[in-house]
Design a protein around this ligand. Structure first.
Ligand code: ADP
Length: 693
C-alpha cells in the first residue's frame, strides 16, 4: 500500500453553513491535511483556481451558485477535470444523487456526516490521487527521457538536450541553479557545458589533476559514481549527480539551492536516470563531432599535401609544410628545423606565426643543439609535448620552455632512415593534448613531405641530366650536319661533272643516296628545332595576330594540298585575333598540324581548317578525311620520336618530333592541345590559346 504524507494534500471544504464547515475542518485537520474553505459556489471556484486542491468537499444547497453548477464549472476547467469532488449534502434522494454524478461528482456522502465513513472515503481518494500523480509523474519522466533520446537520435542537438536536462532538474529539485560540467579530454579539464540560474559552480574550468584533491565534493563525485548531497548552514544544499559513461565519471550535474524536502528517493532515482541519458547524449554528440572534425582535418591534409606536391622546389616545400602543420592541427605557430647529424645541430629554416597570435619565434638561421634523447625520441615519427604533462621528457620540454609553448607536436622527416629535419608545431595559448587521430594526421603530413623532398631531389638530378643531354644532342646534330652537307654538295658536284651516261639502275642508286641524305638532314633540322624551343625557357612575348598567321600558313600550304588534289578549305570569320607569344614557334606548331593533315590524307581527300573564339580563347582545329590513327596507338602520339606507322602511312617521311614540339610550344603559351581520330575515317587535331584581352 502507498504510504501517503497527508500534509502534502489540500482539501477544499465548501459549505455556506459556518458550523458545518467547522465540523468538517476539524475532522480533516485531525488527519493532517491542509484545509481551504469556501462559503459558496463562486468562492469555491476562486479558491480552486488559486490553490488547486487535491480533493473538494462540496455542499449542494448554497446561495450564489449551488453545488451542482459549481461542480459543472470546475469540470469545464482543464485543471479541474481529474480532481476528486465529493458531494456532501442532506439531499439524498435518488434524483439529487443522479444529478450530482451527472455533472461530474466523484463520490457522495450524506449529512449528517459520519466521521469514520468520511475519513475512510478521504483516505481512499487521496491514496488514489497519490498513485495517479505518481503514475503521471512516471509518464512525464518517460516523456522527458524519450525527448532526449529523440533529440539526439534525429537531430544531434545537444543544446536542446542540455536545456531540457537543466529545466527538468530545476523543477524536480526546486533548486535555484544548475550546471552541467564535462571533461574536455583535449585540455584535460572539467568545463561547464551549460548552466541555468546564477551559480558559482564551475565558473572557471577545473584541471583534471585538481579533481583528485581529497574531500573536495567534486573529487568525491569523480572518484565514486554516486550522487552527492551537501547541506550548508542547514539552508542551502548542493546536489551533485555524476555523468557516467561505461562506468567512468565523465561529468557532473551540479545543483545549488536544493530544498531537501522537495525531493525524495523517487525524484533522485529519476535524476540519476536523467543524468545517464544526458551523459549518453553528450558522449554521442562528441563522438559525432570528433568524426566530423577528423573529416575536416583529412580534407585539410589533402589540400596541404596537394599544395606541397604542386611545387618541385625544396624551399617552397619547407615553407608550405611549416604552414601546413600549424593549419592542420590549429596551433599558434610552427617552425621547420633542418638537422645536421654530424654536428648534432638543428637550424631554423622556416617559421610561421598564425595570424593574430603573439608567438615570438627566433630568427631564421638560429641553431640549437638537441639532446641525444630528443633525437632518439623524435625519430619515431611524431610526438607531443606539454610542459606540465605527466612523464614529461626533459628533452622535449626544452621546446616548450624556449618558445613559451603550452603544448605542441614534433614531426620528424627522415631520409634514408636518418633524421634530416623536424617540424615543430606549438600552442602558446593553453595546455592541450593531441588525440591519436591528430598525431596520425601530423605524421602522415611528415611522410608526405619526406617523399616530396626525395622527388625534388630526383627532379633536380633529372633536370641536370636533361641539360647534359640537350647539350649533347645539340653538339651531335651540329657535328653531323656539316659532314652531311658536304656529302650532299659533293654528290651534286659529282653528278654535274659526270662524263659517262648512267644506266637506269645506277640512276636509281643516286636517287636513293640523295633522298637518304635529305632524310638525315630533315631529321637533324627537327631535332635542332625541338632542342632550341625546349631549352628556350624564357621566351620573348610579342603581340601577334593569329588571324593573319593562320591565313599565311593556309596560303603557304595550299600548293601541297593542290598537288594531292585535296579539297583544302579555311573557315576563318573572326577579324583580328591578338595574342601574346612567340610568332616563330606558334607558326611552326600550326604549320605542323596542317602539314600533318595534308601528309596523312590520301590524294583527293579533304582537309578543313577552322578557327573560332570562345570565352576569350583562340580555338583552332584541322580536320582531315585521312588514314586516322588506331586507338591503341593514340596515347603516345605526343611523345618524342613516336610515329604511329599504320598501313598506308609507312612510306610517309617524318621524325615523330612534330607533335611533341606542338604540345611543348602551345603549353608554354598557356594553351592546350587535343585530338580525335578514328582509323580509316580521319582525324581532328586542335589547339586552344588564350587571346590577349
Ligand atoms: P611525323 O614527323 O612523323 O609526322 P609527328 O610528331 O608530327 O611526326 O606525328 C606523330 C605521328 O602521329 C605520325 O607519325 C603519325 O603516325 C601520326 N599523325 C600525326 N598527324 C596525323 C594525322 N593528321 N592523321 C593521321 N596520323 C597522324
Amino acid at each position: 500500500m502507498v504510504d501517503v504524507d497527508h500534509s502534502k494534500y489540500r482539501i477544499l471544504i465548501t459549505d455556506d453553513d459556518d458550523d458545518a464547515r467547522m465540523v468538517l475542518r476539524l475532522m480533516v485537520e485531525r488527519d493532517g491535511y491542509q484545509v481551504i474553505e469556501a462559503k459558496d459556489g463562486l468562492q469555491a471556484i476562486e479558491k480552486f483556481e488559486e490553490y488547486e486542491p487535491d480533493v473538494i468537499l462540496m455542499d449542494c444547497m448554497m446561495p450564489n451558485l449551488d453545488g451542482f453548477s459549481t461542480v459543472e464549472r470546475i469540470r469545464q476547467n482543464p485543471r479541474g477535470k481529474d480532481i476528486p469532488i465529493v458531494m456532501v449534502t442532506a439531499l439524498n434522494d435518488d434524483g439529487s444523487v443522479q444529478r450530482g454524478f451527472k455533472v461530474g461528482a466523484s463520490d457522495y456522502i450524506s449529512k449528517p456526516v459520519q466521521v469514520a465513513l468520511m475519513r475512510q472515503r478521504l483516505h481512499r481518494l487521496i491514496r488514489t490521487k497519490a498513485a495517479e500523480d505518481g503514475l503521471r509523474q512516471v509518464i512525464e519522466d518517460q516523456k522527458i527521457l524519450h525527448r532526449i533520446d529523440r533529440e539526439i537520435g534525429y537531430t544531434l542537438n545537444l543544446e536542446r538536450v542540455l536545456s531540457l536536462t537543466l529545466d527538468t532538474v530545476m523543477r524536480r529539485t526546486a533548486a535555484s541553479s544548475c550546471v552541467v560540467g564535462w571533461i574536455n579530454i583535449t585540455k584535460r579539464q572539467l568545463e561547464r557545458l551549460a548552466g541555468l540560474g546564477s551559480n558559482k559552480i564551475l565558473t572557471e574550468p577545473i584541471l583534471q589533476t585538481e579533481l583528485t584533491t581529497p574531500d573536495s565534493p567534486l573529487a568525491l563525485v569523480f572518484n565514486g559514481d554516486q550522487p552527492l548531497y551537501e547541506t550548508k548552514d542547514g539552508l542551502f544544499a548542493r546536489l551533485m549527480i555524476p555523468l557516467v559513461i561505461q562506468g567512468k565519471v565523465k561529468g557532473v550535474i551540479a545543483v545549488e539551492g536544493v530544498v531537501q524536502e522537495y525531493y525524495n528517493q523517487t525524484d533522485l532515482d529519476f535524476l540519476v536516470h536523467l543524468a545517464s541519458r544526458t551523459a549518453e547524449a553528450i558522449e554521442k554528440t562528441q563522438v559525432y563531432q570528433k568524426s566530423h572534425d577528423y573529416n575536416v582535418m583529412m580534407d585539410r591534409l589533402n589540400e596541404i599535401n596537394t599544395a606541397i606536391s604542386s611545387s618541385l622546389n625544396r624551399e617552397d616545400m619547407v615553407e608550405m609544410s611549416t604552414r601546413g602543420l600549424a593549419v592542420l592541427l590549429g596551433g599558434s605557430s610552427a617552425m621547420f628545423f633542418e638537422y645536421d647529424a654530424r654536428e648534432t645541430r638543428l637550424t631554423l629554416k622556416s617559421s610561421f606565426v598564425v595570424e593574430g597570435m603573439a608567438d615570438k619565434l627566433p630568427e631564421l638561421g638560429t641553431t640549437y643543439t638537441p639532446s641525444e634523447e630528443f633525437v632518439k625520441r623524435t625519430q619515431d615519427g611524431v610526438l607531443q609535448f606539454q610542459p606540465y604533462g605527466e612523464g614529461l621528457e626533459k628533452a622535449i620540454g626544452e621546446f616548450s620552455k624556449a618558445f613559451n609553448y603550452q603544448a605542441g607536436v614534433v614531426v620528424s622527416i627522415s631520409t634514408d632512415n636518418k633524421l634530416s629535419a623536424i617540424i615543430v608545431m606549438g600552442e602558446s595559448r593553453y595546455e592541450r593534448f593531441f588525440s591519436v587521430d591528430e598525431l596520425a594526421l601530423a605524421r602522415s603530413l611528415g611522410v608526405h613531405v619526406m617523399v616530396m623532398f626525395q622527388q625534388a631531389k630526383l627532379y633536380s638530378n633529372i633536370k641536370d641530366l636533361e641539360e647534359v643531354k640537350s647539350e649533347m644532342i645539340r653538339m651531335a646534330s651540329h657535328d653531323l650536319k656539316n659532314p652531311l652537307l658536304q656529302v650532299q654538295g659533293y654528290l651534286d658536284l659529282f653528278v654535274k661533272t659526270l662524263k659517262v651516261d648512267l644506266d637506269d639502275q645506277q640512276k636509281e642508286f643516286l636517287v636513293r643516296v640523295r633522298s637518304g641524305t635529305k632524310k638525315m638532314n630533315d631529321l637533324l633540322e627537327d631535332i635542332l628545332n625541338l632542342e632550341r624551343i625546349e631549352s628556350h625557357m624564357t621566351m620573348d612575348l610579342h603581340e601577334i595576330d593569329l588571324h593573319k598567321l593562320v591565313l599565311e600558313i593556309f596560303t603557304s600550304l595550299k600548293p601541297q594540298a593542290d598537288i594531292k588534289a585535296q579539297t583544302f578549305t579555311l573557315n576563318l570569320t573572326e577579324e583580328r585575333l591578338p595574342a601574346l607569344g612567340n610568332e616563330i614557334q606558334i607558326r611552326q606548331a600550326i604549320t605542323n598540324f596542317v602539314g600533318n593533315a595534308i601528309k596523312y590524307t590520301p590524294d583527293e581527300g579533304e582537309v578543313v581548317v577552322e578557327v573560332k573564339v570562345e570565352k576569350g580563347e583562340f580555338k583552332f582545329k584541322v580536320t582531315d578525311s585521312g588514314y586516322g590513327i588506331p586507338k591503341d596507338r593514340q596515347s603516345k602520339l605526343f611523345e618524342r620520336f613516336y610515329r604511329a606507322r599504320t598501313p598506308g602511312t609507312e612510306d610517309i617521311p617524318g621524325t615523330g618530333l612534330g607533335l611533341s614540339l606542338v604540345k611543348t610550344v602551345i603549353e608554354r603559351h598557356g594553351g592546350s592541345v587535343w585530338f580525335e581520330s578514328e582509323e580509316g575515317a580521319g582525324s581532328t587535331f586542335g589547339l586552344n590559346l588564350p587571346l590577349k584581352r
